[in-house]
Design a protein around this ligand. Structure first.
Ligand code: ATP
Ligand code: MG
Length: 561
């Protein structure tokens, strides 16, 4: 997959930008923004949006702002702001000094709202949000006008001022745009502009008790920042007429006017993407936190062992379209394996150890054997691994009664030990429960790489670690967090019903080669024949903890040396 070089034409947004530039629109500038609401951690869906926003600006020599869309103090926190910044940086994008907050524009937005009132285009409604919602009508039936719709400008200005000064209770009044209660577009039926929220805001404290709605704030913020292309997901397509209506009220002749375009959201199979649901899992302890390696958050994927490059490649592969759908999560895993294949040093680790004693190898002798760090990349060099009389192999690499197709170890079978000798099974020992506890082998001294014995055919190659030198480790195996391909797609059943009870398995009795003592948190490795793993931040020098990032395709016994 990695070799395929597909020369793709421009995607539809690139075509729009090319056209805008050729027509000299907006002073021939390209300026995008990524506008997260700081009410949760970023997930892989946001990564798609980030790659589009920053990627397009990069491609056309433009700029991208980071704008925190912080208009709801009851759900937003500084912790989220910090994590969002860290995640975007980790992905490899830079907003330079353009870190903005919608809350920085509260005063300007307020002034523009007053202007709308003065122009007879906004009014204070004393009805509750529920009552207003019930008057919306349906797509085919006009809504009902509010009895407060035709208040005088003076009364509206006065009430709005008093809303701002905190005189009224939450929910008792709102400011609405006065557009058209019969519009076929429901979003134009006198939408809310401001509501009263008496909660402390993470930046403006208690300065404000009226907060703008997304629709009222977003286009205006784009305009203030000189955004040319405001890109968002398809669900906002029906909001676009409103986005433009608000701009029509304020955009001045000759200034940059932002244009909204929408692309399809990323949905992944076996994954829940909504921040609200991810938050619910965090809060109720169904996962260990936002960075639980099973989470589709960027912090979870990072801890799991994903690389920024693999995520950017994935975003490139899925492309930018207007077609909604569910992407197979295996595509994400493919991008990851392609990247780790080049990057991850090969090491040896045994997850389910079985002791092998090489009876003709001298007791006390240790040899340091050469092994390459990555056959895909010679520049990664080689290292020495200790070999001695007692080693561990994987328990399922031994069979007491090997079948014809079992090319690994069994009575009378000879196998190659990766980067070491051929060994032949002579005998084994069982405990009182019939469990094999030790396997006895002999080795052939002539079979070390390049030796005369290697001409002999052996079909299986096993990984191993020296029992005396190996380090004990904990290994965490992950499976999909949900057992249903579309956990969110069942109307009658809550998504949590589909949580996979076996999404985490902890192995406590694993052994890894001694070089891993030097590993740093999040370093990734290929455990030969097993998969890609990384060192978990929970790891200490006393206790190494690894995460399985992604297994290799089953390659048991077939690995070439
Ligand atoms: P969620 O629906 O997961 O709670 P959100 O849309 O409320 O996310 P925001 O913080 O508002 O989250 O999103 C910031 C930007 O990321 C928006 O422009 C939004 O369109 C985009 N975005 C969010 N989810 C996805 C997704 N699944 N695929 C692509 N872009 C997304
Ligand atoms: Mg949102």
């Amino acid at each position: 997959m990695s070799e395929e070089i597909v020369k793709k034409g421009p995607n539809f947004i690139e075509s729009i930008i090319e056209k805008d530039l050729s027509e000299g629109k907006n002073q021939k500038k390209v300026h995008t923004r990524f506008p997260p609401e700081p009410n949760g951690y970023l997930h892989i869906g946001h990564a798609k949006a980030i790659c589009i926003d920053f990627g397009l600006a990069e491609k056309f020599g433009g700029k991208t702002n980071l704008r925190f869309d912080d208009t709801n103090p009851s759900k937003e926190e500084v912790e989220y702001v910090d994590s969002i910044k860290a995640d975007i940086k980790w992905l490899g994008y830079d907003w330079e000094d353009r870190e903005y907050y919608t809350s920085d524009y509260f005063e300007q937005l307020y002034q523009w709202a007053r202007k709308l009132i003065i122009d007879g285009k906004a009014y204070v409604d004393d009805q509750s949000a529920d009552l207003i919602a019930s008057q919306k009508g349906t797509p085919t039936k006009a809504g009902t006008e509010s009895p407060f719709r035709n208040r005088s400008v003076e009364e509206n200005l006065d009430l709005f001022e008093r809303m701002k000064s905190g005189e009224f209770d939450e929910g008792s009044r709102v400011l609405r745009a006065k557009i058209d209660m019969a519009s076929p577009n429901m979003h134009l039926r006198d939408p809310l502009m401001y509501r009263i929220i008496k909660a402390s805001h993470h930046r403006t404290g208690t300065n404000w008790v009226i907060y703008p709605m997304y629709d009222y704030a977003h286009g205006q913020s784009d305009y203030i920042e000189g955004i040319t292309h405001s890109l968002c997901t398809l669900e906002f397509e029906v909001h676009r007429p409103l986005y433009n209506w608000f701009l029509d009220q304020i955009v001045e002749e000759g200034s940059i006017r932002p244009e909204q375009n929408e692309f399809s959201r990323l949905n992944l199979s076996y994954t829940v993407m909504s921040k609200r649901k991810l938050l619910e899992m965090v809060k109720t302890g169904l996962v260990k936190g936002w960075d639980d390696p099973r989470m589709p958050t960027l912090s979870g994927l990072r801890r799991r062992g994903y690389t920024p490059e693999s995520i950017r490649n994935f975003a490139e592969r899925i492309g930018v379209t207007k077609v909604d759908g569910i992407i197979d999560v295996s595509l994400l895993e493919h991008s990851l394996k392609d990247d780790l294949n080049i990057r991850a040093p090969r090491v040896m680790a045994v997850l389910d150890p079985l002791k092998v004693i090489i009876t003709n190898y001298p007791e006390g002798k240790v040899e340091y054997l050469d092994t390459e760090n990555n056959p895909e990349d010679e520049s990664m060099g080689s290292r020495k691994i200790p070999f001695s009389r007692e080693i561990f192999i994987e328990r399922n690499d031994f069979m007491e009664f090997p079948s014809k197709k079992f090319f690994r170890l069994g009575p009378g079978n000879e196998v190659r030990l990766k980067s070491a000798y051929f060994i032949k099974c002579e005998d084994f020992k069982k405990d009182e429960n019939g469990i094999v506890t030790e396997v006895y082998c002999t080795y052939d001294i002539d079979t070390l790489s390049g030796g005369p014995g290697v001409e002999r055919k052996v079909k299986g190659t096993l990984h191993w670690v020296s029992a005396e030198h190996a380090i004990k480790a904990e290994v965490r195996l992950y499976d999909r967090l949900f057992s249903d391909p579309n956990p969110d797609g069942h109307k009658e059943v809550d998504f949590k019903e589909f949580l996979n009870p076996e999404s985490l398995t902890i192995l406590n009795n694993c052994y890894v080669e001694p070089s891993l003592q030097k590993a740093k948190a999040l370093d990734h490795f290929q455990f030969q024949r097993l998969g890609y793993y990384n060192l978990d931040p929970d790891s200490t020098s006393e206790k190494l903890v690894f995460n399985r990032t992604v297994p290799l395709r089953d390659s048991w016994g077939k690995m070439s040396d």
